[in-house]
Design a protein around this ligand. Structure first.
Ligand SMILES: C[S@@+](CC[C@H](N)C(=O)[O-])C[C@H]1O[C@@H](n2cnc3c(N)ncnc32)[C@H](O)[C@@H]1O
Length: 250
């Protein structure tokens, strides 16, 4: 599992999503967060989960329904364009989605337009920082980190979004109710999630000319990462996550 997701439940749970809430999950991917908020909203709630990736949506739909949770309606929607009619929401959530979009402000403005008065918008986003790899022994980890963020930048994403998100949300009239940050650790006693991440990202790295299959050598990545981690010794600070929630005033 991506260790960046381990702190998500605490944040999204703290929003006070009430039973019966109508919730929008933007950039839902395989629906992990959608299913979490569906349990909070309960059977009388309703979740609309949107993503532009058809295969992620197919995987999400294949997961069996939970009778104790709100029904989830997965829909193919491109968040960088005008949104279809989705109704109004009590809560809008997203995890690692706004940072991939070319114009966060435009998307935030569309999302605020879908929020009921008093609704909460809450996002977990990340930002590229130089902090994690101040240790010279972590050359492979550093390389993967750089390739990943170089790809997001080449795709037109906003690699600084996490640290500016509260400001951007305020600029859209939201009253900030929570804003904090946490580092994401790769623990020494757990298998690294990086080989899986790099396998998924490899076509994007190659497409953007950031790296090649030969340079990544994905099949030997797990062993090389483990060797580097063992030599390093402790928990590796991999990334920085930002958790920001704001309320629609009025
Ligand atoms: C890092 S994944 C996060 C998935 C999910 N939110 C989670 O945390 O498990 C980013 C997701 O954003 C989606 N995405 C990227 N650009 C998008 C766009 N323009 N419109 C809709 N979804 C988009 C991708 O398809 C992918 O599923």
């Amino acid at each position: 599992m991506n260790p960046a997701n381990s702190e998500s439940p605490r944040f999204f749970d703290s929003l006070g999503i009430a039973s019966g809430s109508r919730v929008l999950d933007v950039g839902c991917g395989n629906g992990d967060l959608s299913r979490f908020v569906a349990r909070l909203a309960g059977p009388s709630g309703e979740i609309i989960a949107i993503d532009s990736n058809q295969s992620a949506l197919k995987a999400a739909c294949a997961i069996s329904k939970d009778p104790d949770a709100a029904p989830i309606d997965y829909r193919a929607v491109d968040l960088s364009r005008d949104l279809p009619e989705l109704g109004r929401f009590d809560v809008i959530v997203g995890r690692r989605i706004l940072m991939y979009l070319p114009d966060t402000s435009a998307t935030l403005s569309r999302l605020v337009g879908l929020a009921k008065p008093g609704a909460v918008l809450a996002f977990q986003e990340h930002a590229r920082r130089n902090v994690p790899f101040d240790h010279p022994a972590l050359t492979l980890h550093r390389q993967l980190y750089d390739w990943t963020w170089d790809t997001v930048a080449a795709e037109g994403g906003d690699v600084t979004l996490g640290k500016n998100l509260d400001e951007k949300m305020r600029a859209h009239g939201l009253s900030i109710i929570q804003a904090y940050s946490e580092v994401v650790l790769i623990e020494p006693d757990q298998p690294s999630f990086l080989p899986t991440l790099m396998r998924v990202m490899l076509p994007r790295l190659v497409k953007r000319g950031v790296s090649t299959e030969g340079e990544v050598q994905v099949d030997t990545l797990a062993q090389r990462l483990e060797k580097e981690h063992q030599a390093f010794g402790g928990a590796i600070v991999w990334d920085q996550a930002f958790f920001v929630a704001g309320r629609v005033v009025g």
